[in-house]
Design a protein around this ligand. Sequence first.
Ligand code: NAD
Ligand code: GLY
Length: 358
Amino acid sequence: MKTLTVDLADRSYDIEIDKNLLASIRFAEEFPYEQRLVLTNNTIYALHSDRILSLVDGDRDRIVIIEDGERYKNLESFAQVHTRLLELEFNRRSLLIAFGGGVIGDLAGFVASTYQRGIDFIQIPTTLLAQVDSSVGGKTAVNHPHGKNMIGTFYQPKRVLIDLSLLSTLPQREYVSGLAEVLKYGFIQDADFLEWMRINYEAILAKDPEVMAEMIYRSCACKKWIVDQDERESGIRATLNLGHTFGHAIEKLMKYQGILHGEAVAIGINMAGYLSCRMGLISKKDQLYITSLLHLFDLPCEAPQSFTPQEFLNVMRLDKKNLTQKIRFVLLESVGKAMITDDIPEAYIIEAIEFGTP
Ligand code: NAD
Ligand code: GLY
């Protein structure tokens, strides 16, 4: 088993990573809470009901199953989980368990941070994206019709349990989409990790357990290193948004249909690579290296449909990550080192949009 500790004083916690982690844990002994409730969705429950039931001693009432999909990461689902906690008379010494991808993790974390002013929760992430990114760092949220992740908190889990065997049922497209966030860590922080990924690409795409364990460990180590320094995103944590300014715009323009988050991020990283080169920060060779890595992992480098630069710019201007009227971008000053700027000529941004759209 590999372990990391997120170091946040009294909010510190361990991330445990293993091939069959859940099978090795005596849950009731390890988590001796008065009551435990699991949040999951219908797809995951259909595939992993035995494991989920074992977390609550076989009591089906202590499992809340929401519909599958980003659109259920909303205030109705939030209220549904609160209602079940109240009906079961859960007190403040209860544990909420997120068993799912980023949607479930973000929703469970938000419920945990608000139920009776805060109860403990743990993350059992079941997608690659959740295992390398969303389960670590304590960002919780639900969506609002006015925008994605608009309502939420910073609230750290008590533990993150990463069981690689859960990924065996994950569709390959979802897995590959998660690889965009893995590559992101290399681009912003660790060029050696990118080379390791390039050398091991076949084993990574084939979900080799040993190689996956190393890849997830190194990704979580990158995220932990950033969260330890900047829990509430007042500085370096924003570099985790490499590719996201462009990517979010693509997702929004496509109304979150027909594209996965990691796919949009991959296209966004390709555009950020172009912009970094255009700004004279990285060489053309480095820019091509970025594109070639995205290709190697079967990730898209161009949006599936075209948009006018103006509609793209309008959406990016509304991004909540902008601090002023200007659009804030994460760029690369070298492969393995990120920087943040809102000082980019609009003409260059339009070129980058044209570069990443058909
Ligand atoms: P998701 O939770 O929607 O899961 C993707 C799909 O995979 C779903 O259909 C789900 O049912 C299915 N699935 C999950 N685990 C499975 C398994 N083991 N086998 C088969 N199918 C499985 O999406 P995601 O990509 O995991 O997460 C995206 C969400 O994460 C977004 O809401 C995003 O805002 C959020 N996010 C949060 C953070 C953070 O720091 N909190 C970071 C990145 C993304
Ligand atoms: N995924 C971005 C963050 O955790 O800050």
